[in-house]
Design a protein around this ligand. Structure first.
Ligand SMILES: Cc1cc2nc3c(=O)[nH]c(=O)nc-3n(C[C@H](O)[C@H](O)[C@H](O)COP(=O)(O)OP(=O)(O)OC[C@H]3O[C@@H](n4cnc5c(N)ncnc54)[C@H](O)[C@@H]3O)c2cc1C
Length: 317
């Protein structure tokens, strides 16, 4: 399909950035993947509405990308439209202990701003890369705190229809929520308390120190690749299976943290998929556990897609 950005703007009234054939690798922490046919960055709710009208009218497939810190994008890129909400990154206090946060706001900006303004409750999340929208969708967490714990409610789009979901409707679980690929988190109302900035700063410092000790990983990565099976640590199972340092092409199981895969230079998405698959196979053979990926796969992985689909099954094999 030939894209004319000026036509899209004129006809649909979209105001945010629209980029044709935009490379996605620089937008991911793995630095891997092809281009999006079209990348759009709506600036507000009205713009999101215009975007969904355009998508629906043209029957275009779409996917949301946050900070790209938990995704593997196919080497062939993404057909259709990639939506990024990075320009919807506001933090608006409402009342004494709630904040309205745009889904494109980064977790680290949220932590820094709330500490500065004396709002407590987000310090443990310091250092988690990516955006608030994705953190809610995946219920990201650290040091025993999950993002879902801070969510009061949120604005969620299902195509052009935007609805307010209350905390319970998100059905938060371990690295999961009811936000599947047909939904987009647009804004989150978060709960917090008042706190002393200096104390909050100390807590953030401790959280960052703990993170650096637990994850001293050098090189492009996407954080933990696999979820922990119940009562197990994925990194332990991988380390015990003798996989640290094993590689496919430039993709390597980190020597510092067994649940991280590092792009040592020019890894392709297929190298990473092959290594993910290899880790699953060896861990299953050696320990009996089938590891479920925490990372999300975006785009067409061809034959490997079958493997990827099979990977979504958790538990013992
Ligand atoms: C060094 C490092 C350390 C990490 N440490 C942690 C950690 O301690 N704890 C932890 O939980 N995670 C951790 N992660 C993983 C990652 O940071 C989180 O999963 C994060 O929430 C992903 O956010 P993102 O914006 O980068 O999402 P992306 O990677 O861009 O997207 C992830 C998924 O969310 C979807 N998505 C994105 N935005 C939205 C939206 N607005 N609405 C609906 N769906 C959306 C995407 O379609 C995709 O399926 C780490 C990653 C790295 C690289």
């Amino acid at each position: 399909m030939q894209w004319r950005v000026d036509e899209i703007r004129d006809q649909w009234g979209m105001r945010g950035e629209c980029l044709v054939a935009e490379p996605l690798a620089p937008l991911t922490t793995w630095r891997v993947g092809g281009s999006a046919d079209l990348l759009v960055r709506p600036v507000d709710l009205e713009d999101v509405h215009a975007l969904f009208n355009f998508l629906r009218h043209n029957r275009l497939p779409w996917v949301v990308l946050g900070g790209g810190s938990n995704v593997l994008i196919a080497d062939s890129g993404v057909r259709g439209v990639v939506i990024q909400l990075t320009d919807m990154n506001y933090i608006i206090p409402c009342g004494e202990c709630q904040l309205r946060v745009g889904a494109g706001c980064s977790i680290n900006h949220l932590v820094a701003e709330t500490v500065r303004q004396g709002y407590a409750g987000f310090e443990s999340l310091a250092g988690i890369p990516g955006t608030v929208g994705a953190a809610v969708a995946g219920n990201a967490g650290a040091l025993g705190q999950q993002v879902g714990d801070c969510v009061h409610s949120g604005l969620v789009a299902e195509n052009a229809a935007v609805e307010r979901w209350l905390h319970e409707e998100f059905a938060f679980g371990y690295r999961s929520s009811a936000i599947t690929t047909e939904y987009v988190v647009l804004e989150v109302t978060m709960k917090c308390q008042r706190g002393q900035p200096e104390q909050l700063r100390q807590r953030v410092k401790l959280a960052r120190q703990h993170r650096w000790q637990a994850q001293p990983v050098v090189g492009a990565n996407a954080g933990s690749v696999f979820k922990n099976p119940p009562r197990q640590s994925a990194w332990k199972l991988i380390a015990e299976s003798g996989l640290q340092g094993k590689s496919v092409g430039d993709a390597q199981v980190s020597k510092q943290h067994a649940n991280f895969i590092v792009n040592c230079g020019k890894a392709s998405a297929m190298d990473i998929v092959a290594l993910v698959s290899k880790v699953q196979q060896v861990v299953a053979e050696k320990t009996g556990f089938k590891l479920e990926p925490e990372i999300k796969f975006i785009g067409d992985f061809g034959e490997a897609a079958v493997q990827v689909a099979l990977m979504q099954v958790n538990g013992r094999v």
